[in-house]
Design a protein around this ligand. Sequence first.
Ligand SMILES: Cc1ncc(COP(=O)(O)O)c(C=O)c1O
Length: 395
Amino acid sequence: MKRDPVGFLKTEYEELVAKAFDWKIRVVQGPSTPRLTVDGKKVIMFCSNNYLNLSNHPKLVEAAKKALDTHGAGSGSVRAIAGTMDLHIELEKRIARFKKREAALYYQTGFAANAGLIPQLVGEGDAILTDELNHGSIIDGVRLTKAKRYIYPHNDMAGLENTLKQVDKEGARRILIVTDAVFSMDGDIAKAKEICKLAEEYGAMTYFDDAHGEGVLGEGGRGIGSHFGIEDKIHVEMGTFSKALGVVGGLIAGSKDLINFAYNKSRTWLLSGSAPPATVASCIAAIDVLETEPHHVQKLWENTRYVRKELQSMGYDTGNSETPIIPVILGRSDLAKQFSDMLFEEGVFALPIVFPMVARDKARIRNIMNAGHTKDDLNEVLAAYEKIGKKLKAV
Ligand SMILES: Cc1ncc(COP(=O)(O)O)c(C=O)c1O
């Protein structure tokens, strides 16, 4: 047989296009602000994870500029060799203080934290229990372990307990429960208190991916542990600076033992270049802002409550959303895509989420709230929803 080494690249891409599963990339021209230009059109941003609009905060921008002058453009190495600058250490101290935990570690991205740490926490003879709706970076982290994998039904505590009983009976050495804190497609929150209670009962380790809770949930945006007052029950609080904190980079917070273990074992941390100083300085500034300017988080929640209530009163199904992620569940994929295109024409940038990211009959528009939106911005978006919904008979 004569092999075609690269033919699959084209055929698989074309298959994606034929099924409309390919990504149509829109281009943001200029900063990612609540009102911005996308593909040459002026629109209201309704799908960015920049929840608190911190990516445009002057303190973050200034900090990056200053660090360029004082520390240069790059770190020059991986953290473990020569790429740990005083800024990285300061940031980790600030994260630990902000999260009210003993210690913290900063990774290049949240994906790198999950892919690097999860496979080190469990191995041969262990069990890893993972929510069926967990993020892809957790899924990849789980795939890298030699531990036996158990997927439990979404946020289903009876399902989790049954699995815990099973792995306990099978004699698992260690047990790790890993879950998103806020689920990114539905905007619902993990039943963290119940998960931690079950974990305690079965001697399991708990790992919460708070990518969408960091800067959003809890006192001053301190995340899921603070939201439920269970910081001491969560063994690994993982988060990201790429969403509400407006920059980029992953974090874990927990005990000193966790951090010592994590930085010595996570291959993504040990074997990949460290974040540039300007990025790290902006992350420190983001924590400063959260500690001193509580109105950003308050405004985000005000906007969230308003939009969810208004969408629901128009008759839209917002599913189980409890956070600034507000899906409008429309059902068919083609309807969601058409709806999103029409929103764009009306000046609203909100993306459709379709199968395989969600079930075939649960296609939706995923709206993400932003503290930088004014009431006028929100009313404009809501008017577009009203108009398009009627036109497409979606409500
Ligand atoms: C739940 C969740 N975990 C992890 C990540 C990855 O974070 P980062 O963007 O910092 O790589 C994301 C980002 O999409 C996410 O939504």
